[in-house]
Ligand binder design. Structure first.
Ligand code: UD1
Ligand code: CA
Length: 465
């Protein structure tokens, strides 16, 4: 079976009150349209067409990496008109192909992001040349939706839009989700017969249902597992609701895999987890972004943000850390209040303490940088101890230079290492030094004015007026 998925995404989204086209608003840092596409893409033997209109340029630019064909609907004359743009393609010179007779056409909405693959598969399994598949849902409050009108035998007769509905039709709780699957040959026939004689003056895709019934095609309905799957985003309140639904699902998935979340309602994953150990404990307000890997027995403290990083086994990250593009070796302890900037690579059992910033630096096994330091463009060997307030001066205002601190070195507190500079193996730097030249192995190096004490010196006293 060959599937053609058509994602409708040409609508304006006025109620978002935004310059950004609605389908580019995000859930978990991923545009709504991308969520729909990613689900569709999991179907085998499937080509995806996306109908765009409002903000078409912005949408196609933002999502140019998608393996989909973009079809423009210049005027938004209704959902039926949107699908017609795809079926009319064969008559244009674009080189794109329209709907083929043998295609199973799946209609999705670009602003309904949480639809599940299983629901789509069930829907598609109901299609054949005698049957059209329609996804419906029963809503306590059906206002605004098209209603599913059934005959006395319980078979679907038609869909009536809210604005065209009679008082008694408005009482119906079963509504059209808009999502359907239908054989190409039939769809094309019905599309060519659509008209816009309704209250909104639009070409309604939903009118094909009545045509199918007239042609003695079965309309087979199925339902999603949860209502949230078929909820659309029309405003930012609905967007925030679906964000929470999505986050709760991800949280559940992590907990099922052996992660303790102190409060799943205060956890956000905006990206993917490439590999995940067990017995991971995550405190509140943690945000995982991009692609992360987390080993076993890891603890992550409150209010920590981790992006595109690899965290080894038995790592402890204390509260309020910001970690990006970093690798943290097994058994290391980070924070509280530490910042690991891109290209920070820490070996095993490294300690990075409070108010320490690391950038583009490697720190080998067993080294400690525990308080108030900036380490940038530096290679730190193993078992190095860097005292409080140490700063690598890597930037002269124009160029950046590297600092090398070899194994076993001890840097006294409040030192500045002016790069390029090398501190030799087991060297000791006296506290308060400004180091401008390479410091030899095993020796004490310090640059410090000699301390003097003045005997007989007296404090000034206030003059009498
Ligand atoms: C549509 C259905 C309604 C259903 C509801 C579910 C029709 C006539 N009605 O109503 O039965 O209950 O969805 O949410 O189909 N779009 C285009 N081009 C257009 C018009 C719409 O691409 O010319 C896209 C929109 O961007 C959106 C989707 O189609 O993603 C639905 O459009 P919308 O205007 O929200 O349809 P409703 O009137 O809500
Ligand atoms: Ca709508």
């Amino acid at each position: 079976m060959k599937i053609m998925t058509i994602i409708l995404a040409a609508g304006k989204g006025t109620r978002m009150r935004s310059e950004l086209p609605k389908v580019l608003h995000q859930i978990a840092n991923r545009p709504l349209l991308q969520h729909v596409y990613d689900t569709a893409k999991q179907l085998e033997n499937n080509t995806v067409k996306i109908v765009v209109g409002h903000g078409a340029e912005l949408v196609t630019e933002a999502l140019k990496g998608l393996d989909a064909e973009w079809v423009e609907q210049k005027q938004q004359l209704g959902t039926g008109h949107a699908v017609q743009q795809v079926s009319d393609l064969h008559s244009t010179s674009s080189g794109q192909t329209g709907i083929e007779d043998s295609d199973t056409v799946l209609i999705l909405y670009g602003d309904v992001p949480l639809l599940k693959l299983a629901t789509v598969k069930l829907l598609i399994s109901n299609v054949d040349d005698q049957s059209l598949a329609l996804l419906t849902v029963n809503l306590a409050n059906p206002a605004g939706y098209g209603r599913i009108v059934r005959n006395p035998a319980g078979q679907v007769a038609k869909i009536v839009e809210e604005k065209d509905a009679t008082v008694s039709e408005k009482q119906i709780n079963e509504v059209n989700t808009g999502i359907m699957a239908v054989q190409g040959k039939q769809l094309k026939k019905w599309l060519s017969r659509l008209n816009n004689s309704n209250v909104q003056g639009e070409y309604y895709l939903t009118d094909v249902i009545e045509m199918a019934v007239a042609d003695r095609i079965n309309v087979v309905t199925s339902q999603p597992e949860t209502e949230d799957e078929v909820l659309g985003v029309n405003n930012r309140i609905q967007l925030s609701h679906l964000e929470r639904v999505y986050q709760q699902e991800q949280a559940n998935c992590l907990m099922e895999q052996g992660v303790t979340l102190k409060d799943p309602a205060r956890f956000d994953q905006r990206g993917t987890i490439e590999s995940l150990g067990q017995d991971i404990e995550i405190d509140i307000n943690v945000i995982l972004e991009g692609k992360n890997s987390i080993g076993s027995n890891v603890k992550i403290g409150a209010n920590t943000q981790i992006k595109n990083s690899i965290i080894g086994d038995h790592v402890e990250i204390l509260a309020n850390c910001v970690i990006e593009d970093a690798v943290i070796g097994q058994g290391s302890r980070i924070g509280p209040y530490a910042r690991l900037r891109p290209d920070s690579v820490l070996g095993q059992d490294v300690h990075i303490g409070n108010f320490v910033e690391i950038k583009k630096s490697s720190v080998a096994a067993g080294s400690k940088i525990n308080h108030l330091s900036y380490i940038g463009d530096t290679t730190v060997g193993s078992k190095v101890n860097i005292g409080a307030g140490t700063i690598t001066c890597n930037y002269d205002g124009v160029n950046k230079f590297r600092t090398v601190i070899e194994d076993g070195a001890f840097i006294g507190s409040d030192s500045q290492l002016i790069a390029p500079v090398t501190i030799g193996k087991n060297a000791t730097i006296g506290a308060g030094s400004t180091i401008t030249k390479d410091s030899p192995e095993n020796q004490l190096t310090l640059s410090r004015a000699k301390q003097v004490s003045l005997a007989g010196w007296q404090r000034p006293v206030k003059k009498e007026s």
